[in-house]
Design a protein around this ligand. Structure first.
Ligand code: GUN
Length: 295
């Protein structure tokens, strides 16, 4: 039984991704192009505010033309559609990101489908999702793309492995499963996707060579659900009450990290695992879009 698992530091990998982007951003600057990313935040959801601030800060740090449109929660669907249409036409904007979730009176899917697929740096538009499923080049949803980068960086073999994905969200579970079945490097896996309607999930997760937890439930995956020597990728970022912490809460993943640590061969921590990769891949997608704009 492995007793010293490899800690997969997304923080470290994200720094490597951003370092690689710097050269490409300089090359674009030589052609008079500055990658432009505009985030749209509707309302005041605290977690969304934190994410958007971080995206703004990091893109500005890389020298992007970085903007955030902070809109009142009462913004109508029509107003938001017009704003997105305006961004579609703006040549200085290469990436458009509408932070989800949107207020209940706005149809998320309608907004996503209004974003020009050429600027869909979140990879949520049906065109992007379709390309991903078909194995065509396009924008890949940032969290799954970040997980692939972590696996690449740490030479985690996926070919012929059994990957079990927990969760079927459009943002993580579905694209992740589809990426892992592709006929190419960093894929070629046998994939099982389990979800809330799967009876006895542990039967499946215990077979995973690589277990990707994106259930959105704190510490859902315990040691009884993990095979000895498995690689565990924890996508969860959950706030749980903790009176011993200054802030009154701590961040925890979808995996009970302490419980599985003695059992796994490699694991992503929370924080510092998958989280930093999501923004790194958003920046990467925006640079790609800026490059595409001059092709
Ligand atoms: N809400 C939670 N994650 C994401 C994300 O990656 N992009 C957007 N736009 N909204 C989110």
């Amino acid at each position: 039984m492995p007793n010293s698992p490899l800690i997969l530091s997304g923080k470290e990998v994200s720094l490597a991704v951003k370092a690689e982007l710097k050269g490409r951003i300089e090359a674009l600057a030589g052609k008079g192009i500055k990658p432009g990313l505009t985030a749209v935040l509707v309302g005041e959801d605290p977690a969304s505010q934190v994410y958007v601030r971080s995206k703004e800060r990091q893109s500005a740090k890389l020298g992007f033309n970085s903007n955030v449109l902070r809109l009142d929660a009462s913004t109508s669907q029509d107003e938001l559609l017009k704003i997105v249409e305006g961004l579609n036409k703006d040549p200085e904007v290469h990436g458009i990101l509408v932070q989800l979730p949107l207020p209940r009176h706005i149809d998320d899917q309608l907004i996503i489908e209004t974003i020009d697929p050429e600027k869909d740096v979140d990879g949520f538009h049906p065109v992007s999702v379709g390309k991903l499923v078909l194995g065509l080049d396009g924008f890949v949803s940032c969290t799954p793309a970040g997980i692939l980068e972590i696996m690449k960086h740490y030479n985690i073999e996926t070919e012929g492995k059994h990957v079990v994905v927990v969760g079927r969200s459009n943002i993580v579970g579905k694209p992740m499963a589809n990426l892992m079945i592709q006929k190419r490097d960093l894929a070629n896996a046998t994939v099982t996707l389990v979800h809330t309607r799967t009876p006895d999930m542990g039967v499946h997760t215990r077979q995973a060579d690589i277990l990707i937890a994106a259930a959105g439930v704190p510490e859902f995956i315990g040691d009884d659900m993990v095979k000895d020597g498995a690689v565990v990728i924890d996508v969860g970022i959950n706030r749980v009450d903790d009176a011993t912490r200054e802030k009154g809460y701590r961040l925890t993943g979808d995996v009970n990290y302490e419980a599985v640590l003695g059992k796994v061969s490699a694991i992503t921590p929370v924080p510092g695992g998958v989280g930093p990769m999501t923004i790194a891949m958003l920046l990467s997608n925006t640079v790609k879009s800026a490059e595409n704009s001059i092709k």
